[in-house]
Design a protein around this ligand. Structure first.
Ligand SMILES: C[S@@+](CC[C@H](N)C(=O)[O-])C[C@H]1O[C@@H](n2cnc3c(N)ncnc32)[C@H](O)[C@@H]1O
Length: 289
């Protein structure tokens, strides 16, 4: 193949690809911050451009300029805000992510709660993404309560992304994704598809039925989640908010915990300098006082 035909067929001309201009990016980042608290400094322009390119295409538009115009039109405001949030949120998660937290739950929190003789154990995964976190919790709690006198528990799981929530409800994961789950638990709680063309597994109905999913925007003033919770996992969510928003969100989450309940944050998140009714119990784990 000569160079001319190689160019013609293999290399897309970058000039024909629409770019997101800084003025459009600024309008988008202000709107996203207002909708869900996510802060997007100028350094995120290329990331936002990449994440919204699919939306531009799906809507049959040619440029980001057209997309921004549509988003702020009456129809766009009605129909495009949810897909915008779905496209912008970072949904990276894993089964048993930051496993030390699940170990702490097993070895410290659950035996402590068992002594209190509560009728039911309540947990909330706030910012649950595609479900790996609440299902990991459901597996740990099922294993524990199988051998314990206290046998009733319920898990609430919420996220702002409807796309992530739908995946969580489907509970179908690639075999690669479930590799981290210990073999005995995998055999007990996941069902592998027999079709070799479908290298996936689904969380078993018993575990699925233990988790109640709903859409909760953590920057709103009220959360439609029960109170008196024993544990809240809100991990790797606050990093996307500014400090003032983090403190407000943590204040509302703390109000949902019972005194003595535990809050689990992500490895790079902290409550340092915040005025909250929480004291450190372990690495990025806090107890309500
Ligand atoms: C990186 S994931 C973390 C998932 C899981 N907690 C973990 O640690 O593996 C962050 C999640 O926070 C969600 N999120 C971002 N802003 C939110 C908001 N305002 N309200 C609720 N969830 C939000 C995103 O949709 C995303 O699924």
């Amino acid at each position: 193949m000569d160079l001319k035909s190689f160019n013609r067929f293999e290399i897309p001309d970058p000039r024909t690809r629409s770019c997101l201009k800084i003025t459009e990016f600024n309008r988008l980042s202000t709107e996203i911050n207002k909708l869900c608290g996510i802060k997007l400094p100028d350094s995120k322009l290329v990331m936002v451009e990449g994440r919204l390119r699919r939306r531009v295409k799906v809507l049959g538009l040619e440029t980001f300029e057209e997309y921004v115009k549509y988003l702020f039109s009456e129809t766009g405001a009605k129909h495009e805000m949810v897909p915008l949030i779905d496209a912008i949120t970072t949904n990276k998660t894993d089964f048993f992510r930051e496993n030390a937290h699940f170990e702490f739950l097993r070895s410290a929190v659950l035996p402590e709660v068992e002594k209190l003789q509560r009728n039911i154990f309540l947990a909330w995964s706030a910012g649950c993404s595609t479900g790996e976190e609440p299902y990991s919790l459901a597996i740990v709690l099922s294993e524990y309560f199988e051998k314990s006198k206290m046998h009733s528990f319920s898990i609430f799981a919420s996220d702002i992304s409807t796309e992530a929530l739908n995946k969580a409800i489907d509970a179908i994961y690639s075999l690669e994704c479930i590799e981290v789950i210990p073999m005995d638990l995998k055999k007990k709680y996941l069902m592998k598809y027999k079709d070799p063309a479908k290298p996936q597994a689904r969380v078993c109905p018993g575990i699925r039925s233990l988790v109640n999913f709903s859409r909760v925007n953590l920057i709103e003033d009220e959360y439609d989640v029960p109170g008196d919770l024993d544990v809240v996992f809100c991990r790797n969510v606050l990093i996307y908010f500014d400090k003032a928003t983090q403190e407000k969100v943590l204040g509302r989450i703390s109000a949902k915990l019972r005194t003595g309940g535990y809050l689990f944050l992500g490895h790079s998140e902290s409550i340092l300098g915040m005025n909250l009714p929480l004291k450190r119990a372990a690495m990025t784990v806090y107890k309500k006082v």
